[in-house]
Design a binder for this molecule. Structure first.
Ligand SMILES: [Ca+2]
Ligand SMILES: [Ca+2]
Length: 248
């Protein structure tokens, strides 16, 4: 299944400038230069993953894979927005706050024109994080009316996770859900937290293990049908019970 994308993207990010804004430790600088040298292509933003009514033809849940941007431009990750976001080799989305000293992140926007989303499952093929100093990493979500809420956090240390799924139930159903991978800057600056999100080791891959599955609130018409069906069942059971009850 293809994710929907805007045909006329309003803006693009070419990632971080590859010139650090302040002196950094040699190791950090080397890491940045490697990341900058390896990146390719352009990250197109303002793209959302939209679920239409046809996607829910078999029920109230539907699933779509999301793509990792290819360094060859052969495919595209439906990215909504980001700060401190670059594209490295093998189609990795890469964020770092090493030289920014602010939160850096990549955001995915999931929308539903078929009804409000009541919950979602976020599947990630592979992500690699490094907590450093007082920096940390988090997968977060929000709606148009809420603030960012963590559904996974990681503190200090390098960590690679494969085939992770996270189930989130929304407090209030929403037609738009934003999901972001965030490297969060703590009070101390100069430490180098980063995160890489990817589907494959090969460039431009679509991986079925990177997916988003949403559950929508049934339409009023659907609810009415369900209610009518339940009422009929209950009535039938009641009548059946009445007929089979022994006389007293
Ligand atoms: Ca810090
Ligand atoms: Ca930092």
């Amino acid at each position: 299944m293809e994710s929907t994308r805007n045909t006329t993207p309003q803006k693009t990010h070419r990632g971080l400038a590859c010139i650090p804004r302040k002196p950094l430790a040699t190791a950090i600088l080397a890491g940045l230069l490697v990341a900058c040298a390896a990146q390719g292509g352009v990250i197109v933003t303002n793209q959302s993953i939209n679920f239409a009514a046809a996607d829910f033809s078999s029920g109230n849940t539907a699933s779509k894979n999301w793509l990792i941007y290819s360094s060859t431009g052969a495919s595209n990750t439906p990215v909504w927005d980001g700060v401190g976001m670059t594209l490295s080799d093998n189609g990795r989305l890469y964020t770092t706050n090493a030289s920014l000293d602010v939160d850096s992140y990549v955001i995915f926007k999931v929308t539903s024109s078929a009804g409000p989303v009541s919950g979602f499952t976020w599947g990630v093929r592979n992500f690699n994080v490094s907590g450093n100093g007082d920096d940390s990493f988090a997968w977060q979500y929000k709606t148009d009316t809420s603030s960012w809420i963590n559904f996974y956090t990681h503190g200090v240390g390098v960590l690679t996770l494969v085939d992770q799924t996270y189930n989130v139930l929304l407090a209030t159903p929403s037609t738009a859900v934003y999901i972001r991978a965030a490297t969060l800057e703590g009070p101390t600056t100069g430490d180098a937290n980063y995160a890489q999100v990817r589907s494959n080791d090969a460039p431009g891959g679509l991986n079925a293990n990177s997916f988003v599955k949403v559950t929508i609130v049934p339409e009023p018409g659907t609810l009415a049908l369900v209610f009518a069906g339940l009422s009929s069942l209950l009535l039938a059971r009641k009548n059946g019970h009445g007929q089979s009850a022994p006389d007293r």
